[in-house]
Design a protein around this ligand. Structure first.
Ligand SMILES: [Ca+2]
Ligand SMILES: [Ca+2]
Ligand SMILES: [Ca+2]
Ligand SMILES: [Ca+2]
Length: 604
């Protein structure tokens, strides 16, 4: 294995205007030391395993499922503009995200797509905007951006986060971007109002990537935490990569300084207070890209995990007094098992082993492995990337949006990854590494050991794209999980899951009353016969994207659900017994199951 890129010393690299130096300075792909002899051997072994697995017939792997891209047929014409220029501004390649939001609360999930904007080097013929598409319930979507007033015009957008911060029953929309963010309050009549200034959540001067709505102080109101990336500006843009036609590349984050996360506490009157400093989050600036909020130590208080690009990841443990302590190293999730800070991008958390404790998944660039950190239940994690058999398969890919999800409803959560490199000219530097990449699905064969089934899921699944955001949601309410993928500089994909609901399932929408209305922070246990599943209503997840808030449980062949337990953030417990499968339940704190319609979208 040849190492292509060479790196000048950091002082040389940091000096602006040094583009004429002869040393090769393709600094994005910096983590050479991560490629140990051991990982090369593992990779070789894995390639052989992968080849043998991909020859298994579909039935043997349990997959007769196809993912079909229905975006175009559904009327979703949005295409992301990446504003690509010869200056290789880093913002061009890092976005953007997508999200699910049932903005009109009719039980049909609508979708939001984030776009870029003009820059000093990119002047689009038409002004760009982000887009809200209404789910018509018949397999089509309608662009309602203008009526809704959520175009985020002029914002160089990155991500989206959805949460009902004022507990009025209508989800609100937070759009993240370079230099600022926008909070759109949902008026409940199909329109939104930009309340950024009054709310005080503009996040000015920061490059926001991903965010999570969550209730860190358990006061029943959603707070907002933003993972910020770098202090890059057009004025400090540097030349990176080799000299020569087509060789200029996007710079490695080490050429800039990382930014600390922002934490906004919800004051309950439509305003927020920036508590980044007093909470302790500002003490750790790093190159944040992905975020997930969950309760990793099961103490009833929400913790924050942020994946950092070429910096140790951050795990902020909730001290239950309004402050956090960063425990990434102690908990074993700061770096890889061989001690390297990798290019952390997409993240998710889920219980993959039936222990009740949530494990972590972090996506990275090519020549690094996607990491699976197993929660040991004692406040620490073990890097289980190798034993999970994931490692071999992700080595050549750059995993941005990713999720734990049970795509085949067999009761075992699987892993989906959407990929695409950050360098549009990567093939000039790393032979065999592609800019546009196919997607990956890893099927859980039991006890969090995975096989790569990507080749079995249809041509739309295998098509190569420069993917970034991933938002999982059941847009047709048929019980299997569909996947929305935003692609950099390309059309969006809506991958409809065809066949996943051959197995039984249950979905749950939580409605908090004393707790925040979205029920973020609730911990769930579902028992169906011999199967016990745990989950939490998390914030953030994936990359720059907003997920379907309903919790999804695959049940395999089991037709009855014996028990559902919901531990609300308020401390209240809801306990339900004896339910049939294949339905979407709305569970309200204090009331149990309440009437809520989720219309089934006909197959089209
Ligand atoms: Ca809707
Ligand atoms: Ca906690
Ligand atoms: Ca599964
Ligand atoms: Ca579906």
């Amino acid at each position: 294995m040849t190492v292509v890129a060479q790196f000048g010393n950091p002082e040389t690299r940091r000096r602006p205007g040094n583009g004429v130096l002869s040393c090769s300075k393709l600094v994005w792909m910096k983590a050479r030391s991560a490629i140990t002899r051991r990982s090369v051997l593992r990779y070789a072994a894995g390639a052989a395993l992968s080849a043998s697995l991909s020859r298994l017939p579909a039935a043997a792997s349990g997959s007769a499922i196809q993912f079909v891209d229905v975006a175009r047929n559904a009327g979703i014409t949005f295409s992301h503009a990446n504003a690509m220029s010869s200056e290789k501004y880093l913002i061009e390649t890092m976005g953007s995200g997508c999200g699910w939001i049932d903005y009109d609360q009719n039980g049909l999930f609508d979708l939001y797509l984030v776009n870029s904007a003009a820059t000093q080097r990119f002047k689009p013929r038409q002004a760009l905007r982000s887009a809200l598409y209404r789910n018509n319930g018949d397999g089509t979507f309608t662009d309602v951006t203008e009526k809704a007033g959520v175009g985020a015009e002029g914002l160089f957008g990155m991500g989206v986060a959805v949460g009902d911060y004022d507990n009025d029953g209508y989800p609100d929309l937070f759009v993240l971007g370079y230099g600022r963010c926008i909070l759109y309050h949902n008026n409940g009549d199909g329109t939104f109002t930009d309340v950024t200034a009054r709310a005080g959540v503009a996040n000015l001067g920061m490059w926001a990537s991903s965010a999570a709505w969550f209730d860190y102080d358990n006061d029943g109101r959603l707070d907002l935490v933003v993972a910020n990336y770098l202090d890059w500006t057009p004025e400090t843009n540097q030349y990176c990569g080799n000299q020569g036609p087509g060789m200029r590349s996007y710079c490695h984050p080490d050429n800039y300084h990382g930014q600390a996360p922002t934490l906004y506490r919800n004051n309950g009157d439509g305003t927020f207070t920036d508590v980044s400093k007093t909470s302790g989050l500002a003490a750790k600036p790093a190159n944040g890209l992905g975020i997930v909020t969950f309760d990793y130590d099961d103490d009833g208080w929400q913790d924050i995990f942020i994946s950092n690009d070429a910096q140790p990841n951050s795990l902020f443990r909730n001290n239950r007094d309004g402050t956090f302590r960063e425990v990434g190293y102690e908990a074993g999730v700061a770096v890889s098992e061989d001690g390297n800070s990798e290019s952390g991008m997409g993240v998710d958390a889920a219980d993959m082993s039936g222990s009740g404790h949530l494990d972590l998944l972090v996506g990275h660039l090519d020549l690094q492995l996607a990491r699976f950190y197993r929660n040991q239940g004692d406040g620490s994690f073990l890097d289980a990337t190798s034993s999970s058999k994931l490692s071999y398969e992700t080595f050549h890919f750059s995993e941005f949006g990713l999720r734990f999800l049970d795509y085949d409803n067999d009761g075992k959560r699987d892993i989906f990854m959407a990929n695409g490199h950050v360098l549009d000219n990567i093939d000039l530097y790393h032979k065999g590494i592609l800019y546009a990449e196919p997607k990956l699905m890893f099927r859980n064969t039991g006890n969090a050991a995975f096989v790569n089934v990507s080749d079995l899921l249809g041509p739309d699944f295998q098509a190569r794209h420069v993917s970034r955001g991933v938002a999982v949601g059941d847009f047709d309410n048929d019980g299997d999980l569909d996947i929305l993928v935003s692609n950099n500089g390309e059309a969006v994909q809506l991958l409809r899951n065809d066949g996943g609901n051959a197995n039984h399932w249950l979905q749950i929408l939580l409605i908090g009353t004393r707790s925040n209305r979205d029920g973020v922070g609730a911990r769930l246990k579902v028992v169906a016969g011999d199967l016990t599943l745990y989950d939490q209503r998390k914030g953030g997840m994936s990359y720059q994207s907003a997920q379907d808030p309903r919790l999804h449980f695959g049940l395999g062949g089991r037709t009855r659900v014996d028990l559902i337990e919901v531990r609300w953030p308020s401390g209240a417990l809801t306990r339900l017994t004896g339910m049939v499968c294949d339905q979407i339940l709305a569970i309200q704190e204090g009331a149990g199951i309440v009437k809520y319609s989720f219309p089934r979208v006909p197959y089209r």
